[in-house]
Design a protein around this ligand. Structure first.
Ligand code: DON
Length: 309
C-alpha cells in the first residue's frame, strides 16, 4: 500500500492542489511585516521528498517565499548538533498556548520562554548559536544551501529591512529576557541574526530537501549524521507540540505529524521514517498558520495514511 502510494505521489499532490483550490486566497496575508503583505495571496505549492530520494511537487512548488519561523527548526537543529543540552536551562519544552509573539508568560516565568519555537524561544536559540559559531545566519544559510542543493538561497534584504524596521515586539521580548539575565549577546546582534534568518527565501522544493534529515532520524542527504536518532526524535516532538503555536492541538488533530509554520505562509511537516512535506499559501488564519496549507496537509496525511497516529 505504502509503495503504491509512493509511486503515485505526483498525481496525489495534483489532486490535493485541486481540492484546496477554493481555499487559495482565504485568510489574511501577514502585514505586520510590510514587505510580506505584497505577496499574492492566491499562490499555492506543495512538495514531498521521500527517503528514497524522490522529490515531487504541484502548483507553485518551486517558487521561493519567505521562510520566516520555519527557520526556527533549522537553527535549533544546528545548535543541538553542535552543543550539549545547556539550551534547556534557558528555554522550556512545553506548548505556550499563546500567540507566537506573546510577552505575557515571560514575566511569570522569569524570562524563560516556554519553548524554542515561539519568538522568545527562537531568539534564545539564535543567541546560543551566535555564541557557538559566531555567524549564526551564515551557518544556517550554508546548511540550507548544501541540503537543498540550491546555492542561490539568500536572505531577502527587503523583507529583512522591513522586519527590522517593525521589530518593536521582538526587541521588547529580547530586552525582557536580557533583564532576567537570559541573553548572552547584545540585543541588537541577536535581533539582526534572527531577522535575517527569518528572511531567507526558500521554495517548497528547497524546504523538503533541507528538512529531510528530520524524517531520516538525523541523517543528512550525504549520509553523514547531523543529529542522533534521539535528538531528531526530540525536535520532531517539539514540532508536534509547539510548531504551530496556540494551534498545535488543532494541527495534531487535523494533520497528525510534526509541523513548523511561518507567517510567510509556509509549513514544513515531517513524517518520521518516511518523508518531508512542505506547503505554501500566504493566506493565514488568526494564529498565523496557512489556511490552504493546513488543509492540504490534512488531505495528504489522510489520503496516504502517513501520520504518527
Ligand atoms: O518574528 C516574527 O514575528 C517573524 N519573523 C516570524 C513569525 C512567524 O513566522 C510565526 N509563524 N507562524
Amino acid at each position: 500500500m505504502a509503495e503504491q502510494i509512493a509511486g503515485q505521489l505526483s498525481q496525489l499532490l495534483e489532486r490535493i492542489a485541486d481540492e484546496v483550490a477554493p481555499l487559495r486566497g482565504a485568510g489574511t496575508v501577514a502585514d505586520y511585516i510590510p514587505a510580506l503583505a505584497r505577496v499574492d495571496p492566491g499562490r499555492f505549492g506543495i512538495a514531498v521528498a521521500d527517503l528514497d530520494g524522490g522529490v515531487h511537487g504541484a502548483g507553485d512548488w518551486e517558487t521561493p517565499f519567505s521562510m520566516q519561523s520555519i527557520s526556527k527548526v533549522f537553527t535549533l537543529a544546528l545548535l543541538l548538533a553542535g552543543s550539549d543540552e545547556a539550551l534547556w536551562r534557558r528555554v522550556g519544552r512545553e506548548p505556550s498556548g499563546n500567540a507566537f509573539n506573546s510577552l505575557v508568560q515571560l514575566e511569570h516565568e522569569r524570562g524563560i520562554p516556554r519553548n524554542p519555537f515561539i519568538n522568545a524561544g527562537a531568539l534564545t536559540v539564535t543567541d546560543e548559536l551566535i555564541s557557538l559559531v559566531g555567524d549564526a545566519t551564515g551557518e544556517l544559510l550554508a546548511f540550507l544551501r548544501e541540503e537543498s542543493g540550491n546555492s542561490a538561497l539568500r536572505v531577502d534584504e527587503e523583507v529583512a529591512a522591513s522586519e527590522a524596521a517593525h521589530a518593536d515586539r521582538n526587541l521588547a521580548l529580547t530586552h525582557f529576557m536580557a533583564s532576567y539575565g537570559n541573553m548572552r549577546n547584545p540585543v541588537a546582534t541577536v535581533l539582526d541574526h534572527y531577522v535575517r534568518q527569518c528572511s531567507i527565501e526558500m521554495s517548497c522544493r528547497d524546504l523538503v530537501l533541507a528538512g529531510l534529515f528530520l524524517a531520516a532520524h538525523g541523517v543528512r542527504r550525504d549520509g553523514s549524521q547531523l543529529l542522533t536518532c534521539r535528538q531528531a526524535k526530540r525536535i520532531n516532538a517539539i514540532m508536534l507540540t509547539c510548531g504551530t503555536y496556540d494551534a498545535a492541538g488543532d494541527f495534531a488533530y487535523r494533520v497528525g505529524v510534526p509541523g513548523k509554520s511561518g507567517v510567510g505562509g509556509g509549513i514544513l511537516a515531517i513524517v518520521p521514517g518516511r518523508c518531508a512535506v512542505a506547503v505554501w499559501s500566504p493566506g493565514l488564519d488568526k494564529r498565523g498558520n496557512s489556511v490552504a496549507g493546513v488543509a492540504a496537509l490534512d488531505h495528504f496525511t489522510t489520503l496516504t495514511g502517513w501520520s504518527v497516529f
